[in-house]
Design a protein around this ligand. Structure first.
Ligand SMILES: *[C@@H]1O[C@H](CO)[C@@H](O)[C@H](O)[C@H]1NC(C)=O
Length: 605
């Protein structure tokens, strides 16, 4: 009895063999804690544990590994450098306890112990560090469980987005064109399946399944199946058969795609979480058991659900694989999907719509949201949408759909440094600038704006001009296409007067950033040619605290110290000085590059 419970305690405490060796000894020797060593570049998010201890090597400070936040750090921060920043260890290294925490809305950068941390608007996971003295009775893991590294598609994306000027921002066709059947030669075809239509369904015959090779399709894939009453029993069964066939074709497995299912009606319900089944056979059995829930077709609600809950690490999101959600809709949704899809896309979920028996021309007027598919997907070129005329033709969609969701090179359009911002220009209109130079400043503003993808759901731009006073030239979203926006910039009238840069920053926060959309990156670009009459420090700090990433561009008589107060840390990446207006143009590519680099330095799902 006693021995058994002792054993249980030993196991519970994760004690080592010593427990077994001397179960009845007079006093158990304290087991020796093995502390795993990490390199300077290991980020907390890479370790799959809620709390753990590590040993940092000396001289991590010199490696300048990035750290985001102060006290509480975003999980993309280097553990060792966060520990130096916090004063938990010195630059000679040492033991650090890491405890994971929930994501924060703002991480404030600061300079501490020779480590400069950066600000970050939002991240999904945080951590705190403390001195590496294990608490009594707590044994930390002696080996670390690492999250697998990111797939190469992210790198491809980074390369693309940093190769500016943006010939890479391919213009979007405005009309829906069918997807070409053969993709470009740069895209390796991930499936062995042919692009031709599979044979028509024959009753009961087992389908010819062209299986995908596991490792070629590493995605975290969620299907949202329609469980609304409108669909009926028979079609619900067809939907289940379709999902089974997808599961077989895609060849689910831990090295390749993981697949889960949510059924939505009035409310969404997880039927199969991502990590539950690691083979197509298991999936098939689980799909068989799904029972129709009934209710409305609340797709928007379901999209909120997958964004908030489904693709969580606890639910099996691997982090190293792109998140893909395929929404099956019978007819059309009963709620709005645009905003929910945008939020989901902005957190890195690639959204596909398979619409079955969608609205005809007469029905379109009854829709809650016209053109809901185009509003929900990140490109309207047909890649992300698959209309199917009849439930009985759904099977034909298996191969093309699987081919697309596995095409990881193309699953990167959701959120980029060029489409995910609210950018406010704060423009000095003081007398010292002069009419000619003011025009150059406007050209500069236009040249930066031109690089971004402009629309109400992509990047939005607002502008404030200031002297002693401030004036809203135009608000976010007032001009929602590039041509109109560039026109509006050109039409800004030179004001002439004093220079109150601090007040102008506060004004921009009140007039522009207060109306920023959630999940947009808030970027402020202050352009000034002289020292401010008022103090910029408090206003700058206030906007930094709101998560605004601030750039300062100083010309001629601008004051270096002020430029640095205004700029987000590190200053050298956010603050620029030019001796004369005519040299302003040189900074356009640099600023875009830095905005994109900062964006890309955050890993994405
Ligand atoms: C803006 O772009 C135009 C066209 O590329 C260029 O001629 C001009 O010098 C640029 N001006 C500024 C201030 O960036």
């Amino acid at each position: 009895m006693i021995r058994a419970s002792l054993t249980a305690i030993c196991l519970a405490l994760l004690l080592s063999y010593q427990c077994w060796a001397k179960p009845n000894g007079p006093k158990n020797k304290k087991p020796k804690q093995v502390i795993p060593a990490v390199e300077c570049d290991v980020r907390a998010g890479k370790v799959n544990l809620p709390e753990f201890i590590v040993k940092c090597p000396p001289r991590c400070r010199e490696t300048r590994q990035q750290v985001y936040g102060t006290g509480v750090f975003a999980s993309i921060s280097s553990i060792c450098n966060a520990a130096i920043h916090s004063g938990v260890i010195t630059n000679s290294g040492g033991k650090v306890i890491v405890r994971k925490m929930a994501g924060q809305n703002v991480y404030k950068g600061s300079n501490s112990n020779g480590v400069r941390s950066l600000s970050l608007p939002k991240w999904r996971e945080s951590f705190v560090v403390s001195v590496g003295k294990p608490k009594k009775g707590v044994i930390y893991p002696s080996t670390l469980d690492y999250v697998p590294s990111r797939p190469t598609y992210v790198k491809t994306n980074q390369k693309e987005t940093t190769m500016l000027p943006p010939t890479s921002t391919a213009p979007e066709p405005t009309t829906t064109t069918p997807e070409p059947t053969t993709t470009t030669t740069t895209t390796p075809t991930p499936t062995t399946a042919s692009t031709t239509t599979p044979p028509p369904p024959t009753t009961k015959a087992r389908p010819v399944v062209h299986k995908v090779r596991e490792a070629d399709c590493k995605v975290d894939l969620a299907f949202l199946m329609d469980g609304s009453w409108s669909i009926g029993k028979r079609r619900f069964k067809i939907q289940k058969d379709f999902l089974t066939e997808v599961a077989q074709t895609i060849n689910a497995g831990v090295a390749g795609p993981m697949m889960g299912i949510i059924q939505y009606g009035d409310d969404p319900v997880t039927e199969i979480s991502l990590k539950t089944h690691s083979s197509s056979r298991e999936l098939k059995a689980a799909i068989d058991k799904i029972v129709q829930k009934g209710g409305l077709s609340n797709v928007g609600k379901a999209l909120h659900y997958i964004n908030k809950h489904y693709f969580s690490d606890a639910n099996g999101n691997r982090g190293g694989a792109p998140n893909v959600a395929v929404i099956l809709v019978d007819g059309w949704p009963t709620d709005k999907v645009e905003e929910a899809s945008r939020l989901a896309r902005e957190s890195g979920i690639n959204i596909f719509f398979v619409t079955i028996e969608g609205p005809d021309d007469n029905e379109k007027q009854n829709l809650v949201e016209a053109n809901f598919v185009d509003k929900a997907v990140c490109r309207t070129n047909g890649f992300f949408s698959l209309p199917v005329n009849s439930w009985f033709a759904l099977r034909k969609a298996v191969q093309p759909l699987v081919k697309r969701v596995c095409d990881t090179d193309r699953l990167v359009c959701s959120k980029t440094c060029l489409n995910a911002n609210d950018i406010a220009f704060v423009i000095d209109g003081s007398s010292s600038v002069g009419t000619g130079n003011f025009r150059t400043v406007l050209q500069f503003v236009a040249n930066i704006t031109r690089e971004f993808e402009i629309s109400d759901t992509d990047t939005r731009v607002g502008a404030v001009q200031y002297t002693y006073e401030q004036r809203l030239e135009f608000a976010f979203g007032q001009y929602n296409n590039k041509a109109e926006l560039l026109n509006a910039i050109k039409r800004i009238n030179y004001w002439s007067g004093g220079t109150s840069t601090g007040a102008a920053i506060t004004y921009a926060a009140e007039q522009l950033f207060s109306k920023s959309k959630p999940n947009k990156r808030k970027i402020m670009i202050v352009i000034t040619d002289g020292r401010s009459y008022d103090d910029v420090r408090a206003p700058a700090l206030a906007v930094h605290r709101q998560g605004v990433i601030a750039y300062s561009i100083g010309i001629a008589w601008a004051a270096q110290d002020e430029l640095e107060y205004i700029a987000t840390d590190p200053d050298k990446e956010h603050s620029f000085f030019v001796d004369e207006f005519d040299n302003l143009y040189k900074f356009v590519p640099k600023i875009i590059h830095n905005i994109c680099q900062e964006f890309n330095s955050q890993p994405r799902n």
